[in-house]
Design a protein around this ligand. Structure first.
Ligand code: LIP
Length: 269
């Protein structure tokens, strides 16, 4: 077992290159399904929670490539679950298609999300939207980029100064959604939902949105994007410390100037 006290460049460089390459390859497979949606069989995992073979095939490619190249690493995927998770091992945390609903409806707001966690920290994050050919990438301590250009969060200081991404699913109550929408509007803000938490968080890292909140998001949906936001100068609630690589819970992530105000919009848990 390749156990290290903390990753160094020799450990992370190949993993970062692989994450970018695999995100592109898997994104290309997902895009081929996106262009032939009529051929997909759609199943339901629950209320407003569909899945198809596009999700499963895309995750299978990601899992195969990463576990073959890095056999000592653990893997967590939305569709295939957790393998080998251990505090002393690095862990890939993957959502093959985040934004499954927009994907299946032929809408462009979906992405591949790949995170790498080691020593209780998110070390790598890669998000790829194949429809727009936009790849968002970050390494801890090295900034965040969109197609190679440095990203930086908004300079907003009030919620009234921009749009806030709002995630919502059947995993939380209509009352929680009403609370968030009401308090965001009362602060002069406005919400924006695209159906992919990962991609909406990436829009926070680019500065297009000033923040994101959701009452319950899963680790595979958000860990890569949290690193994008933090490396672009933003702030996030301690999602990984609170939920680990397989759990889910609330998240607030934003430009630093609106973080405290945005946290007050999240219902108390
Ligand atoms: C999505 C999440 C989003 C949530 C959606 C959905 P999926 O993930 O990224 O935060 O609001 O309901 O759960 O299911 O498309 O991979």
């Amino acid at each position: 077992m390749d156990v290290m006290d903390s990753p160094d460049d020799a450990f992370l460089d190949p993993r970062f290159s692989a994450a970018v390459a695999v995100a592109r390859e898997a994104g290309g497979l997902a895009l081929s399904h996106f262009r032939n949606l009529g051929a997909l069989t759609v199943e339901s995992k629950g209320v407003q929670d569909p899945v198809s073979e596009a999700d499963r095939q895309t995750e299978a490619v990601i899992r195969s490539r990463l576990t073959t190249q890095f056999p000592d690493d653990a893997f967590v995927g939305e569709e295939t679950g957790a393998t080998g998770v251990d505090p002393d091992r690095g862990t890939w945390v993957v959502d093959p298609i985040d934004g499954t609903q927009p994907f299946l409806l032929g809408l462009p707001t979906w992405c591949v999300s790949i995170a790498y966690v080691h020593s209780s920290d998110i070390r790598l994050g890669v998000i790829y939207n194949p429809v727009t050919d936009e790849i968002y990438a970050a390494r801890r301590g090295r900034g965040a980029t969109l197609n190679g250009a440095v990203m930086h969060v908004s300079g907003a200081r009030r919620l009234s100064e921009g749009l806030t991404g709002l995630g919502c699913s059947a995993r939380t109550s209509p009352q929680d959604l009403a609370f968030m929408a009401e308090h965001l509007r009362a602060a002069g803000g406005m919400f924006h939902r695209v159906g992919s938490g990962a991609l909406t968080l990436a829009y926070v890292a680019t500065g297009q949105l000033i923040g994101y909140l959701e009452m319950h998001i899963n680790a595979w949906d958000c860990l890569a994007a949290i690193l994008l936001v933090e490396e672009a100068g933003g702030v996030s609630t301690p999602f990984l410390a609170e939920n680990g690589v397989t759990g889910g819970g609330p998240i607030v992530a934003s430009a630093p100037g609106v973080f405290d105000e945005l946290r007050s919009v999240l219902p108390a848990t």
